[in-house]
Ligand binder design. Structure first.
Ligand SMILES: [Cu+2]
Length: 185
């Protein structure tokens, strides 16, 4: 009996060690992560679970790729500051994926950015039909968990804004054919 239990424990340990490093987590309570060197891709699905990015709170390492996939009907991602949600980053250098419409399944393209530093990256969906940003379609990469600038605070501020601003052109990332149609599911 004891030997059998021990072998089960050994088996579970082997399975656990074979699992890949976690990619993304949700909510404000994130576990610690151990990073391995090649960069990994964090998939975020726009529109999974309604007007929501899933996961909307990602911890990534410099060099990692964030890859947004788009469900119906017509979503986008736009970088903003923490203080001004639903409005493009005022440096003019923030990213914008453009709108990615699809009536079913996923839009044919994904939008990728490479994480350049450890600063928080705040973003929203600029769809004004249905006020996606104000409704909570907003997210963050590398929130500072020791700061009052939380994703919950960002969403609360977003809800108080008027109509979202739409950037004039796609920039700041790569719009590319979906390399992983099942990513995020
Ligand atoms: Cu949207």
């Amino acid at each position: 009996m004891f030997a059998k239990t021990a072998s089960v424990v050994a088996f579970l340990a082997a399975v656990t060690s074979a699992l890949p490093a976690g990619t993304a987590t949700t909510g404000d309570k994130l576990g610690s992560r151990t990073y391995a060197s090649p960069a990994i891709t964090h998939t975020v699905v726009a529109g999974l679970g309604g007007l929501h990015f899933d996961p909307d709170n990602v911890v990534a390492q410099i060099g990692d790729i964030i890859e947004w996939h788009y469900l119906p009907a017509n979503h986008s991602v736009v970088q903003s500051s923490f203080g001004e949600p639903c409005k493009p980053l005022n440096t003019g250098n923030g990213f914008f994926s453009g709108f990615q419409p699809t009536t079913s399944g996923q839009a044919p393209d994904v939008f990728q950015i490479v994480v350049q530093d450890t600063n928080p990256i705040w973003y929203y969906c600029a769809q004004t039909k249905g006020n996606h940003c104000q409704a909570g379609m907003a997210g963050v990469i590398n929130q500072n968990f020791n700061s009052p600038n939380t994703l919950a605070a960002y969403k609360a501020n977003a809800a108080l804004t008027g109509v979202s601003e739409i950037p004039p052109y796609i920039q700041g990332g790569d719009l590319t054919a979906n390399p992983n149609p099942n990513g995020g599911f």
